[in-house]
Design a protein around this ligand. Structure first.
Ligand code: HEC
Length: 234
């Protein structure tokens, strides 16, 4: 049984390691530490289909994990990491993170865990909220919107930069809607013009947002919807 679970962990590691993490000629020295992690997900409607969530070992501020496992969508809202028998030497922390679609570069960290160096065991049990505003900012607004709504100008008077986006959206009447709806009304998808702009191309908005090349109609829009309906503020 033990042998079986070690093999299972290795297979998962290989599937996440896209090949460019380890230079072939180098073998990473390992330190003996067993890591047991269990995650319980809140707002699991925002579990991504196209972006991936990984559980990995990291060094310092590097956005690439040394090793990692891909977290599959849990059926019962709870995900148990395969127990890692060894962690690469030099690991400064473990993290549960959202990565880009095609590589293991971290886009957003849900939570970091720092090992106690005097211990050979790390036991983690944690509740992770998948629909925080922080994640919306990191996954959608900062990489996809601020070139027009922030740094590069303030289209529609809407500032989506970090620290400003929330107060520019929630409870603020839209500039471009005649009714006008609010840009975002918490717990009310119908009265959130932001969703109209991203999904339906309202006639009063000349810039077609539904065809923005980076916008993921499943994951990005779904995350925003889930955040609007969640109890999360900032
Ligand atoms: C290429 C530039 C550009 C990008 C990128 C862009 N927008 Fe816009 N957006 C505009 C312009 C211009 C308007 C003003 C309405 C119009 O086009 O007539 C607008 C309007 C809006 C409005 C309506 C605001 C209001 O008060 O009615 C929302 C909401 C919005 N954008 C959200 C976003 C989000 C979210 C993103 C990123 C996913 C984004 N935009 C990316 C150019 C852009």
């Amino acid at each position: 049984m033990i042998r079986y679970s070690i093999l299972f962990a290795c297979l998962l590691l290989i599937s996440c390691d896209s090949g460019d993490i380890y230079p072939e000629e180098k073998r990473i020295e390992e330190m003996k530490m067993s890591v047991n992690a269990v995650f319980h997900f809140e707002n699991d409607e925002a579990f991504p289909q196209n972006y991936r969530i990984i559980w990995g070992a990291f060094v310092g501020t590097s956005p690439y994990p040394l090793v990692c496992e891909v977290v599959g969508k849990p059926t019962a809202k709870t995900w148990r990491a395969a127990s890692l028998q060894t962690v690469p030497k030099g690991t400064t922390h473990m993290a549960l993170a959202l990565v880009e679609k095609n590589e293991n570069k971290v886009k957003y960290v849900f939570k970091k865990f720092f090992p106690d160096n005097s211990s050979t065991e790390m036991n983690i049990s944690e509740t992770i909220d998948l629909a925080t505003f922080e994640r919306v900012q990191a996954q959608v607004f900062t990489p996809q919107c601020i070139q027009c709504h922030g740094a590069g100008g303030l289209a529609a008077g809407l500032d989506l930069t970090e620290g400003n986006a929330y107060s520019n959206l929630v409870g603020v009447p839209s500039n471009a809607d005649n009714s006008p709806k609010n840009r975002v009304t918490k717990y009310n998808l119908q009265n959130s013009f932001l969703l109209d702009v991203l999904t339906t191309r309202p006639p009063t908005v000349t810039t077609n947002h539904t065809t923005l090349s980076t916008l993921d109609a499943n994951d990005d829009v779904n995350l925003i919807r889930t955040w609007i309906m969640s109890e999360n503020e900032e």
